[in-house]
Design a protein around this ligand. Structure first.
Ligand code: UDP
Length: 367
């Protein structure tokens, strides 16, 4: 039967969040916004969603199944060869124990954890599990289990972008690139920015905030910094190294407060030192009409249209970032908002996820 004649089926979905922090804490990075927006998009299409997350989680408009236990250490702080770790009374294990108890009430489990355990547990469940891989390759053990699941359960691995997926070895095709999406009504367009720049994200070495601070110094434009301080000593090093830089740290802000500042900025500066899987902050800035200047590496290099909605420069080259700032007047901010509307709406996100889920069901003979 052709795809367009397959009757639409309403799915009962169980979303399992990241085990590195409660939703709303900022510790989960972009996954917190992604789980929220994916749930919104699915519900809007008539599916039902239960979200399971560590205790203390909060999401506007959703009641969350709260699971207690100790948080997982973030993968970025570990070596590639570090053995898999689980703390005593692990929240990750507890969330998956809960999933095991309730699985017969659902059609599909959606895993948002970048961790080994959910992949390892996959064959022990009787319903399919869709795994969203939210970072590039960081751990040999995790790479191996992702590759194994991609062979044993084809179609069940979803990535954000092709450049992220390319960091993983031995994957079985087809691969799904889901990108991301946001509720555009929450981000207001601003045509007349101030002479200031924005930097958004977790303050952690892989995000290389120090490069953006140097851009602020060299352009003499104020840099508004927003985000969770995940690595306090790294942040202190930056403050000590650049005591007179024109920077202002505003804290970890709600989406509404964050977009209020970002939209008044001439550009968002992104400085990923790693292969950023996607970069939610890029599409949030575009939604406000703010061009994005980034290293040509990972997700941002697939999002930004060079010369049209921002600039892509050679990775780790601060001089080129500064040069791109001097060309900002050539960007029409309306193009930025339009790109967000065309590619990153909740509707576009819902379409991508729904067709991925359909593919999983079709392949497993459940549709
Ligand atoms: N963010 C936020 N408040 C802030 C700064 C950032 O809510 O003050 C959120 C932002 O909306 C984004 C996330 O932090 O969803 C960062 O995600 P991104 O995908 O850019 O990077 P990740 O942390 O996942 O590596």
């Amino acid at each position: 039967m052709p795809d367009n004649l397959i009757p639409q089926r309403r799915f009962n979905l169980l979303f399992l969040s990241t085990p590195v922090g409660a939703i709303g804490s900022g510790l989960g990075g972009g996954v917190e916004l992604s789980i929220h927006n994916t749930a919104k998009a699915m519900i809007h299409r008539g599916h039902s969603v239960e979200i399971v997350a560590p205790s203390g989680s909060h999401l506007d408009g959703f009641s969350i199944t709260q699971i207690s236990g100790n948080l997982q250490i973030i993968a970025q702080s570990q070596e590639r060869s570090t053995p898999i770790n689980l703390p005593v009374n692990s929240v990750l294990a507890n969330m998956w124990e809960y999933a095991r108890q309730v699985e017969n009430k659902f059609d599909l489990i959606v895993n948002f954890a970048y961790d080994w355990l959910p992949f390892y547990l996959t064959p022990f469940f009787s319903i399919p599990i869709a795994h969203i891989v939210s970072m590039g390759s960081l751990s040999d053990a995790l790479d191996q289990t992702i590759a194994q699941i991609s062979h044993k359960f084809p179609h069940t691995i979803g990535f954000c972008t092709a450049s992220q997926a390319a960091t993983f070895p031995n994957l079985n095709s087809p691969l799904y690139y889901l990108s991301n999406g946001i509720d555009l009504s929450l981000y207001k367009f601003c045509s007349q920015p101030r002479q200031q720049l924005a930097w958004l994200g977790r303050i952690s070495p892989e995000k290389a905030l120090e490069d953006a601070v140097q851009v602020a110094i060299q352009t003499d434009m104020q840099l508004k910094i927003m985000g969770k301080i995940q690595d306090e000593s790294y942040w202190q090093q930056i403050c000590h190294k650049y005591p007179h830089a024109p920077i202002e740290y505003l804290g970890f802000l709600s989406t509404d407060k964050m977009q209020e500042i970002v939209r008044q900025c001439a550009a968002l500066i992104m400085t990923p030192r790693w292969v950023e899987a996607f970069g939610n902050v890029a599409i949030e800035a575009l939604a406000c009409g703010v061009p994005v200047i980034s290293y040509r590496r990972g997700g941002p290099s697939e999002i930004i249209k060079d010369g049209e909605t921002g600039f892509l420069v050679e990775p780790d080259n601060v001089y080129q970032l500064v040069n791109a700032v001097s060309k900002l007047n050539t960007i029409n901010r309306l193009n930025c908002r339009q790109q967000a509307e065309q590619e990153f709406s909740l509707d576009a996100l819902g379409t991508r996820f729904e067709s991925w889920f359909q593919a999983i069901f079709q392949y497993s003979g459940l549709l």
